[in-house]
Each structure stands twice: as C-alpha cells, then as structure tokens.
Design a binder for this molecule. Structure first.
Ligand code: NDP
Ligand code: 2IT
Length: 445
C-alpha cells in the first residue's frame, strides 16, 4: 500500500483493535484495493467515510449462562457486531464455534458490509456468535444455550433493525430454538431471523443458496474466461451447509467432486463424492466425515490432511478462514488447478492470494462468490414482509440472476479501475461504492 492516508488509517485500525489479526487482515485487503478509488475520488477521504467504515457502529458483548445435562452451570460469551447500516438493517450470520472472539466477529461483520452491498438488496452489515461449541452437545443442551443467547440478543435485534441467520455451527435446529425464544419474549411473529424452517416463515432454497450461489458465480467466472464446470475435477473442503450444496450444484453442472472434509481429515473418492452419504452423516447423524468409509469402502480417508494436495481443476474452499496458506496454494497451482472460488469467508491467506495471481488462476473472492446465502436471506425477509412465499424455482431463478449480476459488478469494476480480471479488487470496489455513496449522503453520522 503506497497511499499515505490509507497507510495511516490501517495503522489506526491495528492500534485500536489490538490482538485481532483476522480483522486487520480483512481491512488491509479492502484498503489496498481501494487505493485507485480514493486517488480518483478524494471526497471519500475528505468526508471521513473511510474512517467511519472501519469502525463498527456498535459492538454488543454479553454473558450467556446455561445449564448442561449434568446440572452444571456453563458460561459462554455472546457477541453481535452491528457494523454498518448505511444501506439497510444489519444482516449477517451467527457463528457458534470455540474459536469465536471479538476479532473473528469483527472480520466477518466487516466483510459482510461489502458482500451485502454486492447482492443488490437493501441490507447492512452485521455478524454475531459465541464461543459455544455445539459439537457433542445434546439437543437439550443446544436448546438451553440458544434460549439463553436469545434472551439477551432479542433486545438488540428486530425485523427492521438487525436480522441474524446461520453460519458455522448454526443451522436450522439452532435458528428454530432462537426464533421460538424471540417470539415468546417479544410476543411478535416477524422475520427477525432468516434460515427458518419452512413451516414458520423460512424460504425455499435458503438452505441450498450459499453452495448453489457459489457454483453459479463460479460458472459465470469460468464462462467469461472460455471455460465451464463440465468435465472438470473439483476439490471441496468442509462438509457442512455450504460444502454440501456446493457439491450438489457443481455435480449438476457437470463437475466431478472428489473430496469433502471436516476438522479431523478429508475423504478422497475418485469416483465422485456420494452426496447422499455425506448428507446422512452430517445433516442427520451429526457424525464425522471419516464415517464416509462405511458407505464407500473404496474411498480414502486422510486423517489430518488438507484437500489441497489432491489434483484438481477447480478448488472450492467451504470450511473456514485461512484454510489455504501459501504452501497449499502452491500445491494447487503445481497440480494444474486454474480456478479458486470461495464458499467460506476469507479462506485464503494474503500469501495464498498472491500465488493465485502469480499463476494467473481465476480467483472468485468470498464477498462475491458466497453472497448467494445472504442474498437469499434477504429474499426470505421480503417474503416475510409480504406474508407470502415463492416457489423453489422462483427463489432459485432470483438467486441465479443475483449471482450473475454480482459477477458483472466485479468484472466491470475491475476493468474500470485498470485491473481487469482481478475480481477481488472488483468486488471490494463495487461493494464499497454503494455503501460509501450512501454514507456521503448522510454526512457525519
Ligand atoms: P457448518 O457449520 O455447516 O460447516 C462447517 C464445516 O467446516 C464443517 O465441515 C467443519 O468441520 C468445517 N470447519 C469449521 N471450522 C473449521 C476449522 N477451524 N478447521 C477445519 N474445518 C473447519 O458451516 P457452514 O457450511 O455454514 O459455513 C462454512 C463457511 O462458509 C464458513 O466460513 C462460513 O462463514 C461461510 N459462509 C456460510 C454461509 C451460510 O449461509 N451458511 C454463507 C456464506 C459464507 P467440523 O464439523 O469438524 O468443525
Ligand atoms: O457469511 C454469510 O454471508 C452468512 N453466514 C449468511 C448470512 C445471512 O444473513 O444469511
């Protein structure tokens, strides 16, 4: 980064948010790519928009006490970062994972601002969660935790204020418990959460949306570069919500997915992943991916390995942040992988991204490529406001249109600022401009 103003701003962010490397990483990437924008438009500096955009509007941090099955009191910590409401109510998921701390929620909330802006829909940026670990907990324990979490969170959110959803560790079961508690305390039935069950206001295709959207975006990116999913070998990490539906759509589009993983290891199935087996292991039994061998004894399980060592054409990281480092990125490049598109948030380290560009790989950044989930959440909000629901086909068609539009925004912005093909810069710039122009209209606030 050469621009003196941006360098100083970055130093302030680091000083003001000590011990939060993921947040620094997310801000650094955006500020670096905004360099040509602020040079062409000094009004974003003079108005203080950049200084305001890196500071959350509000950070809420709270105690979450609950009782486990042994009758012991357990205390977790809850968070909601209401980052930016310039273009709509705060919107973003809740993550329940032991690694959650303020820096993780801030990085996710910051990225959400630009992602949500790219969706073309009126949603601001927010994120929340807890260091609670749902793994190995009974349904009763998860319910008591979710109820306690919502007992505090409910005073800060609302259908026109802040609308949480799922993320790692938060799926349909958790959303159900939280929605039930919100409804009970506030005595109102509104679209305050998305990702709800279909019998109580959920949208068809929300469950599939992030993974499907990722593949629609990737197909657009491939098409713009004379390629497609057809006949390719695809490597996917993770085996949760995003990974499962990315696997389903990539297969439907003609790719062969050969891996899925969890935090213990990965499976390699040269005949193509049997998705019904993965769905049963993960969505029904909440088991480990190692159990895949019970369904397909011919597959290989690699304990502690990373999927990036498997030869592929296309890589879709769908697990967690910084899961592809420089070494893994080099492995991908050496093995002939020519496209990486991110289902997870910030799965590539800055060094890995440099490897993609150095090897002229196509790179679909998270903010754009995984925006289909939150976009469909916004469609759920619309349906809740109308007290109406669209068919699966209607929602899926809207999702496809949105992902096409997002790719076009990335492509156009990258060309306008002289970085054709750098969709990361394009996503950051296009996402920023809509929010920044709204903030300019509001003045200092
Ligand atoms: P899930 O909880 O459904 O699945 C998460 C998957 O990633 C699991 O397979 C999990 O393995 C693995 N994983 C999680 N943390 C780690 C870790 N530290 N190391 C290795 N593996 C890990 O979450 P989602 O599928 O919803 O989310 C996956 C990613 O996609 C996240 O980055 C999330 O922020 C992002 N995302 C999600 C959206 C959504 O709509 N759900 C929308 C946009 C982005 P294990 O079971 O062993 O923990
Ligand atoms: O990272 C994300 O975009 C999500 N976890 C989905 C957020 C949402 O509000 O649907």
């Amino acid at each position: 980064m050469k621009n003196e103003y941006l360098k100083k701003l970055m130093a302030t962010v680091e000083k003001r948010n000590p011990g939060e490397p993921e947040f620094h990483q997310a801000v650094m990437e955006v500020l670096e790519t905004l360099e040509p924008v602020v040079e062409k438009h000094p009004e974003y500096i003079k108005s203080g928009v950049l200084e305001m955009i890196v500071e959350p509007e509000r950070v809420i941090k709270f105690r979450v006490p609950w009782v486990n099955d042994d009758g012991e009191v357990v205390v977790n910590r809850g968070y909601r970062v209401q980052f930016n409401s310039a273009i709509g109510p705060y919107k973003g998921g809740l993550r329940f994972h032991p690694s959650v701390y303020e820096g993780i929620i801030k990085f996710l909330g910051f990225e959400q601002i630009f992602k949500n802006s790219l969706t073309t829909l009126p949603i601001g940026g927010g994120k929340g969660g807890s260091d609670f670990d749902p793994k190995g907990k009974s349904d009763g324990e998860v319910m008591r935790f979710c109820q306690s979490f919502m007992t505090e969170l409910c005073r800060h959110i609302g259908a026109d204020t802040d609308v949480p959803a799922g993320d790692i560790g938060v799926g349909g079961r958790e959303i159900g418990y939280m929605f039930g508690q919100y409804k009970r305390i506030r005595n109102e039935f509104t679209g305050v959460l998305t990702g709800k069950g279909l019998t109580y206001g959920g949208s068809l295709a929300r469950k599939e949306a992030t993974g499907y959207g990722l593949c629609y975006y990737t197909e657009e990116m491939l098409k713009a570069n004379g390629k497609s999913f057809k006949g390719t070998t695809v490597v996917i990490s993770g085996s949760g919500n995003v990974a499962i539906y990315a696997c389903e759509k990539a297969t439907q589009l003609g790719g062969k997915v050969v891996t899925v993983s969890d935090s213990n290891g990965y499976v390699y199935d040269p005949d193509g992943i049997d998705l019904n087996a993965v769905k049963e292991i993960k969505e029904v039994k909440r088991g480990r991916i190692k159990d895949y061998l019970n369904y397909r004894p011919g597959a290989k399980y690699v304990e502690g390995g990373v999927v990036w060592e498997v030869k592929c054409d296309i890589a879709l990281p769908c697990a967690t942040q910084n899961e592809i480092n420089e070494t893994s990125a080099k492995l991908l490049a050496e093995n002939g992988c020519y496209a990486v598109a991110e289902g997870a948030n910030m799965p590539s380290t800055p060094e890995a991204i440099n490897v993609y560009f150095a090897n002229k790989m196509l790179y679909g950044p998270a903010k754009a490529a995984n925006a289909g989930g939150v976009a469909t959440s916004a469609l759920e909000m619309s349906q809740n406001s109308m007290r109406y629901s669209w068919t699966f086909e209607e929602v899926d068609a809207k999702l496809q249109g949105i992902m096409k539009d997002i790719f076009k925004q990335c492509d156009d912005a990258s060309k306008e600022y002289g970085m054709a093909g750098n969709y990361m810069a394009g996503a950051n710039i296009a996402g920023f401009l809509k929010v920044a122009n709204s903030m300019l209209a509001y003045g200092v606030c």
